[in-house]
Design a protein around this ligand. Structure first.
Ligand code: PLP
Length: 429
């Protein structure tokens, strides 16, 4: 009773998640294409795609109609039975993904997809170590916080051995605070790969189940690998029998100009985890694409993993319609407008507070440094003090544009929906 009283009198509400402390609250009530409206009738150009999800833009009729039609037929079928919308989506996914990936496991979120991929890899390889990277984000569940290379997320679970045991971190392959000094991108590739091989050999290849990596860094800063890096990673994984898991939760479904980021690097991972763009965020849906040996192991071994709402038919109908929209014109639009977006975003590097601009396709990060000292500006959640990046977020908002704050908050993220036109790009940048 006392507890109930406490709840009644205490502060209530939706707990902020992925929020930026310095921003004024905002209540978004409507969306149309690349624009959103708030309860006080302000309109904003959404240069975030709402956490890099709404690739097809808001209020896309083709997607909402497909969902309504599916709702009229049947709203839910358990994963113990087949469903036509789900099978159709699995077929299309395996057609557009790198070819060796023939099997799909559906889940609900990117975090659960990464959890499943790690579990499958550890079981299949009979090994437990996972290699991952500092300045990465892989999810908010226990195990995925444990493989996320962001101290603000990993440190709180650092001491929980069950989640963080047997996880080793590689340095990011770029950025203003890159771990390796190199005079050229080729030298950076060479050093990063030599370091990876050193870690594998010293760790003991037989103990390593998988290497998990974003292809272009996500919310941690749109890092792009130097040329040949990922081909080298693929070769080392083959040589030492380590599964390569590409976390394409952000880079999947056209954001980098191809269906998957792996295709922009010319590599074939053993598993791809996906979420966000698969339905353009019209319904929660995610999954793991994998090689047939892994699919067979999942079917035949004792790995009884799955979730009640995974592969929900209405979400799959949204996914089928979203994929058609991508195929029909949206990925073409990303390819056509990426050079204009890149040129404008790169011009921001002329400002003396900007120390690095990086990204690919429709996914960019602009990183800030103190112009006097060259030091990166720090996230106020980590260090006390004024953060100019929070100011940038506020000021862009005053100009009617939403941009994202990266993790840590030393950078802003520019990731527009695929339905923008050149004028929107001009306005956004
Ligand atoms: N992986 C990456 C690269 C992400 O950006 C995210 C979320 O932002 C996740 C995994 C986790 O996905 P979810 O939030 O759907 O669990």
């Amino acid at each position: 009773m006392a507890q109930r009283e406490q709840i009644r009198t205490g502060e209530r509400g939706v707990l902020a998640h992925f929020g930026h402390m310095d921003e004024e609250p905002m209540t978004i009530t409507e969306g149309d294409g690349a624009y959103v409206r708030t309860d006080d009738d302000e309109e904003y150009l959404d240069f975030t795609s709402q956490l890099y999800c709404v690739n097809a833009g808001h209020s896309n009729d083709a997607i909402t109609d497909a969902m309504a039609e599916q709702l009229d037929r049947i709203q839910y079928v358990s994963s113990a039975k087949d469903n036509d919308a789900r099978s159709q989506l699995a077929d299309t996914l395996t057609e557009v993904a790198p070819q060796p990936l023939t099997d799909v496991f559906f889940s609900i979120s990117g975090s659960e997809s990464n959890e499943a991929a790690i579990q499958i890899a550890r079981e299949f390889q009979d090994a437990s170590t996972v290699l991952t990277r500092w300045r990465s984000y892989h999810g908010g569940t226990y195990a995925t916080a444990g493989i996320t290379g962001d101290p603000a997320i990993r440190l709180p679970v650092e001491s929980h051995a069950a989640t963080t045991g047997n996880v080793k971190f590689l340095p990011p392959f770029g950025g203003a605070d890159a771990a390796f000094d190199a005079d050229s991108p080729e030298e950076l590739t060479e050093r990063s790969l030599a370091h990876l091989e050193y870690v594998i050999r010293n760790q003991g290849p037989d103990s390593i189940a998988a290497l998990v990596t974003e292809i272009v860094g996500g919310s941690s800063g749109a890092f792009t690998a130097p040329p040949g890096y990922f081909e080298g990673v693929r070769e080392l994984c083959d040589e030492y029998d380590i599964l390569l898991i590409a976390d394409e939760v952000i880079t999947g479904f056209g954001r980098c100009g191809e269906w998957f980021g792996s295709q922009t690097e010319g590599i074939e991972p053993d598993m791809i985890t996906f979420a966000k763009g698969v339905t353009s965020a019209y319904a929660p849906l995610a999954g793991v694409l994998m090689r047939s040996e892994l699919g067979t192991a999942l079917r035949e071994d004792a790995m009884d993993i799955g979730q009640t709402f995974a592969g929900n038919p209405v979400a799959c109908a949204a996914g089928n319609a979203a994929l058609e929209e991508y195929d029909d014109h949206l990925i073409d639009n990303v390819q056509e407008l990426s050079p204009a977006l890149e040129e404008r975003v790169r011009s921001l590097a002329d400002h003396d507070v900007v120390c690095d601009v990086r990204g690919r396709g429709f996914h960019w990060a602009v990183e800030f440094a103190d112009p006097e000292t060259g030091e990166l500006v720090f996230d106020p959640r980590v260090e006390d003090g004024y953060n100019p990046v929070a100011d940038v977020l506020t000021r862009t908002r005053e100009k009617g544009v939403l941009v994202g704050g990266g993790r840590p908050l030393i950078q802003i993220m520019l990731s527009p929906p695929f339905c923008v036109d050149e004028d929107d790009i001009e306005t956004g940048v």
